[in-house]
Write a protein that binds this ligand. Structure first.
Ligand code: CA
Ligand code: CA
Length: 265
């Protein structure tokens, strides 16, 4: 039986399919300095849908809501880069994963709050080199957010040419460039993001670039890169069923919101 919800959802799908590709600026509340450790919500994922019977409506299920996550702790590199990977000290245009930016260059500053690894970049000698790219399946008409935590590795507040990071979706600039600020706190990170919707389903390459020109302070770190469906989107297994309304929560999890009226369990 078609419920009203299904009809509404079909209508929204048609409406979204008619929209052009859109990239909008990140919300102002995301602009603040951010500590990665406080955003690590994946450990809270539960796996048993049947627990809903006990009334746990906050249960989070791993689903297609999280299209990609790169923690930079993977044993095999989980992204591509226009920078050259190295294991020792860095020169311009090189990167490594590390727990402490001083292993990249004695003049760098930065650590992941979790004590694990992040990607450490010695700025390229030209602008707009891809720092990290992932190719991911994107569903038509679904609103996504790409995000990554970033920081300047500079230890000098007066240095020019600080990194200005921006996302590119299928080669098109997405979101607004984020000029990374000098920061004296080793574990302080800033959020860079972009929102996008595609007209057709396809594998899409999403990259983070530094737009600034070469300079003494053009060095940066990346941590916790994610592409996830935005809150309220429904895709994959995160759709209504069994009497419950389910939707992506914006953090990569599928959330059961409420009982669906008129549908039996
Ligand atoms: Ca990490
Ligand atoms: Ca440098």
């Amino acid at each position: 039986m078609k419920s009203i919800q299904n009809i509404v959802r079909f209508g929204l799908t048609v409406l979204l399919a008619a929209l052009p590709v859109a990239c909008v600026a990140p919300e102002a509340t995301d602009e603040d300095l951010y500590v990665v450790a406080e955003a690590d919500d994946l450990d809270a994922l539960a796996t048993e849908e049947d627990d809903l019977a006990s009334g746990d409506e906050g249960l989070l299920l791993p689903t297609a809501c999280l299209t990609k996550r790169v923690t930079f702790d993977e044993t095999t590199q989980a992204f591509t880069s226009g920078y050259t990977p190295v294991t020792g000290s860095l020169a311009s245009g090189q990167f490594k994963t590390t727990t402490d930016a001083t292993t990249c260059n004695g003049g760098f500053r930065g650590k992941s709050p979790n004590g694990n690894k992040f990607a450490c970049y010695d700025g390229a000698t030209t602008s707009s080199v891809n720092a990290a790219c992932v190719s991911v399946p994107i569903a038509a008409g679904i609103a996504y957010r790409a995000q990554v935590y970033a920081r300047s590795l500079s230890t000098q507040t007066s240095e020019a040419n600080k990194p200005s990071l921006q996302f590119f979706v299928a080669g098109a600039a997405c979101g607004t460039p984020k000029a990374l600020a000098y920061n004296s706190v080793d574990t302080a990170w800033e959020l860079v993001s972009c929102d996008f919707t595609r007209l057709s389903s396809s594998i899409v390459t999403i990259c983070v670039q530094d737009l600034s020109t070469s300079g003494w302070a053009n060095d940066f770190g990346l941590e916790d890169l994610r592409i996830a469906a935005k809150a309220g989107q429904q895709l994959g297994e995160c759709i209504d069923g069994g009497g419950y309304h389910r939707e992506c929560d914006g953090n990569g999890n599928c959330r059961t919101v409420a009982l669906v009226d008129g549908e039996g369990a």
